[in-house]
Design a protein around this ligand. Structure first.
Ligand code: ADP
Ligand code: MG
Length: 254
């Protein structure tokens, strides 16, 4: 039998991984890559001539595949931060890389295209169009794509099935409960198969039971569908479902 050399075996292997030899000394798998990287972010709004300094020198790394909850007092800048990550607003200063794109410097046009491919949005107030059915609401983001009507219909069916509302496709928002409306909004958020889902107080208007259903659905999107989720919430029970909890206070993450 050949003598084994522990020294040789302990040598670090290449960073690329993929070592199938079963060598127990191989370097561990690399940490998941950061899908959101913020460096030195400042955001200042102006109230007349008065600056409102909302975010100050903020750094943030969100690993791919995490489900993050952001808490903090009202007015601390949680929605402002979420809007920056989602490409709905731009920083006053600092760099912002999301899903490999430097979105702080993109043109408005490119940013809109990037957003429609990359980000799914869920808001507290659902924001469904009252004159459209559930299925038509879910289809809206697809009208910006090149998909034909049959393919859009298929995608809408799948998204409504994921949220358990396939039998409510033809209902109008006013015929649905708050929890069902939010599930339609979630179907609309995932119909484009986004990489990241941002949710701003998604359970803020719901009773406990409906809120728990929504949170279970978000957990499923994270675990089964591998979506990275960034959720702003006041609700400690909601934050407990997340894999990472963060707190924003006085413009800084603590
Ligand atoms: P949170 O979501 O934590 O409650 P926000 O991010 O909505 O806080 O707001 C943080 C601060 O920024 C608040 O003082 C708010 O008034 C101010 N702010 C937010 N958006 C704007 C805006 N578009 N113009 C001026 N001030 C704003
Ligand atoms: Mg807010």
């Amino acid at each position: 039998m050949e003598p084994t050399s522990a020294e040789t075996k302990a040598e670090p292997k290449s960073e690329k991984g993929g070592d199938k030899s079963g060598d127990p000394y191989r370097t561990p798998a690399p940490a998941p890559k950061s899908i959101v990287t913020l460096r030195g972010i400042f955001k200042t709004f102006w109230r007349g001539k008065e600056p409102v300094r909302v975010l100050q020198n903020l750094d943030l790394d969100v690993p791919e595949g995490s489900f993050e909850a952001l808490m903090g007092p009202s007015g601390s800048g949680k929605s402002t931060l979420l809007n920056l990550i989602a490409g709905l607003d731009r920083p006053t200063e600092g760099t912002l890389e999301v899903n490999g794109a430097n979105i702080g410097t993109m043109s408005d046009n490119n940013l809109a295209k990037w957003r429609s491919r990359t980000v799914g949005f869920i808001f507290q107030a659902y924001n469904l169009m009252p004159v459209l059915t559930a299925a038509q609401n879910v289809e809206l983001p697809l009208l910006l794509t090149k998909l034909n009507s049959a393919d859009r219909k298929k995608r809408v069916e799948i998204a409504l099935r994921v949220v358990g509302l396939e039998n409510r496709a033809d209902h109008y928002p006013k015929q649905l409960s708050g929890g069902q409306e939010q599930r339609v909004a979630i179907a609309r958020a995932i119909v484009n198969d986004p990489t990241i889902i941002v949710a701003d107080e998604p359970t803020g208007d719901l009773d406990r039971a409906s809120a728990d259903e929504i949170l279970t659905l978000l957990e499923k999107l994270n675990k089964e569908f591998k979506k990275t989720i960034f959720m702003v919430t006041h609700d400690p029970a909601a934050a407990d479902r997340a894999t990472v909890k963060r707190r924003l206070d006085k413009g800084a993450l603590i």
